[in-house]
Design a protein around this ligand. Structure first.
Ligand SMILES: Cc1cc2nc3c(=O)[nH]c(=O)nc-3n(C[C@H](O)[C@H](O)[C@H](O)COP(=O)(O)O)c2cc1C
Length: 402
């Protein structure tokens, strides 16, 4: 029997683990010597001419057609949850791992962002050099209840691997069942959202509200950990508010319950996005646990990412808002204007290819608005963008200020 079965959740054990629940032990030990590195790190070759991933998808019309079929099936009541499949994921991963020459040391990851980090944006981020990708938050209850929109959110393509799927919820059994389904559907790891600050979410005890409930959270960790074989990670905040700065407490409980990694966005729930992210909180978590810790918050350049890594000792850096309208932030060097234009065109094409029409136009307008940030005339152009009748019209409005 698993030793975790015998422990009392009411009194979480803070014993340090020998190694994580899943993953290769030797690799883990070696990684630990290197400073708590994440065994699922993706060495990414970054260059000034992104496009290889998209070209693979673009050259395979049948794969896009297959994704669309899955999307239709997912949004069609009564169908089973089925993603774009897992075939090809390992091949893709090993190909990337094979290209070690010139690998940038920084492990930069795309942060989960609701309404943003869908398959098209994740693919663009990967194309630009992002490591591990994470889905937007997926409501565990809605997934288990076979909600069509939620099933559609969970769809992904083999090119996205390695991909983490993030769950939102508070009921251990529902979260465990949702995690099982996502794993069966090809997720490379499952992440638990413990940071969402939205009032209606925390009112249900979910997201950042979990930071206020260490014992309930320990039960969730234990139940989810037992439910799946793939790595299980959590994304936390510094705490609920200034009086409850308990990131270290939650991190230690997580480690003792077999959680494989922790991402820390160090602002409290009360801070939302105000002020500067206090990176010293990330450092305290890194010092408190032996599992990999990913730093997140206010990283807007490679220099920032390096500074965060040096200041905190984090194993990887997660970038959110700075990637909006600037997915080339993941590339190692400056991306030429014509390459940026190419990325924008391809992003729009991916949105049109992969998302249903009702969603696609809003997504195109939203992303083009972000891509126009800082361009002269952008503010005047944006209302027209949101009134465009189709993606082609939106693009021509956008190019007028590019
Ligand atoms: C539009 C938006 C949506 C977000 N959605 C999620 C989410 O679904 N899950 C999550 O864990 N964090 C979410 N976040 C928080 C980000 O993942 C990240 O922690 C935060 O933006 C701080 O990082 P940054 O300074 O790099 O943006 C969201 C942030 C934004 C701006």
């Amino acid at each position: 029997m698993d030793f975790r079965d015998q422990r009392d959740v009411g009194a979480p054990c803070f014993r340090r683990q020998g190694r994580p629940h899943s993953g290769d032990a030797a690799a883990y030990d070696q990684n630990r010597v290197l400073g708590h590195r994440d065994p699922l790190s993706v060495p990414v070759v970054r260059g000034t001419c992104p496009g290889h991933v998209f070209q693979r998808i673009g050259s395979s019309g049948s794969r896009v057609a297959s994704y669309r079929r899955h999307f239709r099936r997912a949004t069609n009541p009564g169908s089973s949850l089925e993603g774009a499949g897992r075939s090809g994921g390992d091949r893709h991963r090993s190909t990337r791992r094979g290209k070690m020459t010139g690998v940038t040391q920084l492990d930069l990851r795309l942060a989960p962002m609701a309404g943003v980090t869908n398959a098209p944006f994740r693919l663009i981020a990967r194309e630009c050099g992002a490591g591990l990708l994470t889905s937007e938050e997926i409501d565990a209850k809605a997934l288990v209840e076979d909600n069509a929109k939620t099933r559609a959110l969970a769809l992904h393509l083999p090119e996205e691997k390695p991909l983490a799927m993030q769950l939102l919820g508070a009921d251990p059994d529902v979260l465990a069942e949702a995690a099982r389904r996502l794993e069966a559907d090809g997720a490379d790891r499952i992440d638990l959202n413990m940071g969402c600050p939205v009032a209606k979410i925390v009112a249900k005890g979910q997201g950042a509200a979990l930071m206020r409930d260490p014992l309930g959270t320990a039960m969730i960790f234990r139940t989810m950990r037992k439910a799946i074989q793939v790595p299980f990670t959590i994304k936390i905040r510094g705490g609920w508010d200034d009086r409850t700065l308990n990131a270290v407490e939650i991190a230690r409980i997580a480690e003792s319950e077999g959680v494989d990694g922790i991402t820390v966005h160090p602002r409290t729930r009360s801070q939302q996005f105000t002020g500067q992210a206090p990176w010293d909180v990330i450092r305290t978590v890194v010092d408190a646990v032996r599992i990999p810790v990913v730093g997140n918050g206010d990283v807007a350049s490679h220099d920032d990412a390096r500074a965060m890594t040096e200041a905190t000792g984090c194993a990887a850096v997660m970038i959110g808002r700075a990637a909006l309208g600037r997915p080339w932030i993941f590339a190692g060097s400056d991306v030429a204007r014509e390459d940026r234009a190419r990325i924008i065109r391809r992003h729009v094409q991916l949105i049109e290819d992969l998302l249903p029409a009702r969603l696609a136009l809003t997504q195109v307008a939203k992303h083009l608005a972000w891509y126009s940030t800082g361009l002269p005339g952008a503010a005047r152009m944006r209302p027209a963008l949101f009134h465009a009748r189709d993606a082609e019209e939106a693009l021509s409005i956008f190019w007028s200020v590019w």
